[in-house]
Design a protein around this ligand. Sequence first.
Ligand SMILES: Nc1ncnc2c1ncn2[C@@H]1O[C@H](COP(=O)(O)OP(=O)(O)OP(=O)(O)O)[C@@H](O)[C@H]1O
Ligand SMILES: [Mg+2]
Length: 278
Amino acid sequence: MRPRRRSRCSETMTTSEQEANDAPVGNAILTEALNLWYGTFQALFDVNLEIKEGIITSLIGPSGCGKSTFLRSINRINERLGYVRIDGKINVFDHNVYDPAVELIQVRKQVGMVFQRPNPLPISVRDNVLFGHSLHTGGPRTPRSEQDEIVEESLRQVLLWDKVKDRLASKATELSLEEQQKLCIARLLPVKPRLLLMDEPCSALDPKGTEAVEELIWELRGRYTILIVTHNMAQARRASEECIFMLMGRVVEHAATEEMFVAPRERDTADYIEGRFG
Ligand SMILES: Nc1ncnc2c1ncn2[C@@H]1O[C@H](COP(=O)(O)OP(=O)(O)OP(=O)(O)O)[C@@H](O)[C@H]1O
Ligand SMILES: [Mg+2]
């Protein structure tokens, strides 16, 4: 197994931290012979991937190569379209998400998704954070004090608390785009997902917003497994530990990010990251 990039210099770690850091890393996502068709058009070909738990993996490749399709297969969003056919296996934390015995609600609880354009609900900031939580807990209403804690903790995790703590009753759609995207990440957290899928989460943001959201993604590292699609090579390089390059529905290369950027194994990868196509 490839060595994991270390979060801290080993000399400054306690023994238990060192042991935890050296523990074998499991897979968050494992796919085997994954093929996907939209009607008669095949969009994914034999995708075999092992995406490790606890790290950030970026997914790169030219427009139309199947990045969003792959992401949407993992939490079964694609199946809303009646003309999608999927073949092969997708395990998320060792459960086959397409096994009829596995409930979709359980899959969705473990897997949070962030889209290109921030899509908060047109309700208050506070209610956005609590929305998923109340949906999943269903039962009796959570006491107000507990709700307050959930709201504060989630907003703190996304570095938004100080900015919005006096505006919790304002409509979420009135926040800046950067704040809206952070809120969209915050509202996933009360459900306690283990895996966050992000499909170009910075593409609608200005450079300052992009930088802020990237910084946040980096902050979340270690607490969640993150799979992030990006067209921004600098972002992939800065914000991820492993990188997957796809081309025309196939995985061309999957490696430690630094390794892929410094010495790509495949010619197509080199051409793409050096900007010769895509
Ligand atoms: N709902 C759909 N119905 C039919 N074909 C689709 C659908 N969604 C995507 N496709 C096709 O599947 C292929 C992969 O599309 P996908 O959106 O996954 O690419 P992508 O890598 O995310 O591209 P981009 O970088 O532009 O977002 C493309 O040829 C696309 O036209
Ligand atoms: Mg896409």
